[in-house]
Design a binder for this molecule. Structure first.
Ligand SMILES: [Zn+2]
Length: 151
C-alpha cells in the first residue's frame, strides 16, 4: 500500500465543515471535497437524502452536477473525497460508512460533534479496511477559486 501524505485543508475550509455539521443536527451533514490528490481546494455541501439520524447519502443528482461543473474549471479539479458528520458517537467510520465506501482513493472526512469541541478526522477506506490520515491545516497552494463558497 502506498503511503499517503497528510490531507491538506485550509483552516477556513475545516471551519466550514464544522459549521455545516452543526447546522444539520440532529441529522448528519454531508458534502464533497474538491481538489487534487491530497490537497483540498474547497468543500461543497450537498443534500443528505438518507433517512434517519445515523446515515448519510449524498444526493446523486448533486454529485453528477458537481462532476459536470468541475470539468469546466481551469485548472481542472476533481472530487477527492467526501465529508459527513457524526452528531453523536465516535469520530470514526461506522460499519455502514465502511460498507458503503465505494471509492478506494477517496478521502473520508468525519466531523464528530459528540464532545464539547468538534473533532475533524480523515480516513481512507479500502476493501473494508480503515486507515486514518493526518490533516495538515494549512494553505494548500491554491488561492481562492472563483465560484466557490470558500467554505
Ligand atoms: Zn458515518
Amino acid at each position: 500500500m502506498t503511503q499517503r501524505a497528510a490531507v491538506r485543508i485550509r483552516p477556513e475550509t475545516i471551519r466550514g465543515l464544522v459549521a455545516h455539521a452543526r447546522r444539520a443536527r440532529p441529522r448528519e451533514a454531508c458534502g464533497f471535497l474538491v481538489g487534487r490528490g491530497a490537497r483540498v481546494a474547497f468543500s461543497v455541501p450537498v443534500r443528505n437524502i438518507a433517512r434517519g439520524l445515523t446515515r448519510y447519502r449524498a444526493d446523486p443528482a448533486e454529485h453528477l452536477a458537481l462532476r459536470r461543473a468541475l470539468r469546466e474549471l481551469v485548472p481542472a479539479l476533481e472530487i477527492v473525497g467526501v465529508y459527513h458528520s457524526h452528531p453523536r458517537g465516535r469520530t470514526w467510520p461506522s460499519e455502514t460508512d465502511i460498507a458503503e465506501a465505494l471509492y478506494p482513493d477517496w478521502i473520508h472526512v468525519i466531523v464528530g460533534l459528540a464532545g464539547r469541541r468538534a473533532v475533524v478526522r480523515a480516513f481512507v477506506m479500502t476493501r473494508g479496511r480503515v486507515r486514518r490520515l493526518a490533516i495538515a491545516r494549512v494553505s494548500n497552494g491554491w488561492s481562492r477559486i472563483p465560484g466557490s463558497s470558500g467554505a
